[in-house]
Write a protein that binds this ligand. Sequence first.
Ligand SMILES: [Zn+2]
Length: 113
Amino acid sequence: MNRKAKEMNDKGKGHGVTDLGNNNFRVVSSTSGRTYRVWVHAYGTNQMACKCNCRWGYYTGSRGRRVVCSHVLAVQQYLAGQKTVSAWSSQQDAERQRRPMLDLGQGVTITVR
Ligand SMILES: [Zn+2]
């Protein structure tokens, strides 16, 4: 799934995001029209933990892992506002951008420019 970081990020760009407060977001999928709930929690330096109630998110989150799916990436783009979020499947690729980085877990790092 690491290789799919960019693919997931591109997919996430079409989703509709609403801020529900308290680090909760509602994400409406551009492909299925389904509504998902994403929860974000920043911790440590340049790291963030996210959860999502989509099928993938439920599967990985229930195993105590940080969730990265197109819904989570849509929220990252929402939080970045006018800036552009790119998703990378390796820390090295992300570092090469020389931009602010955020480690989301699952081997995915985003950069903001
Ligand atoms: Zn999701």
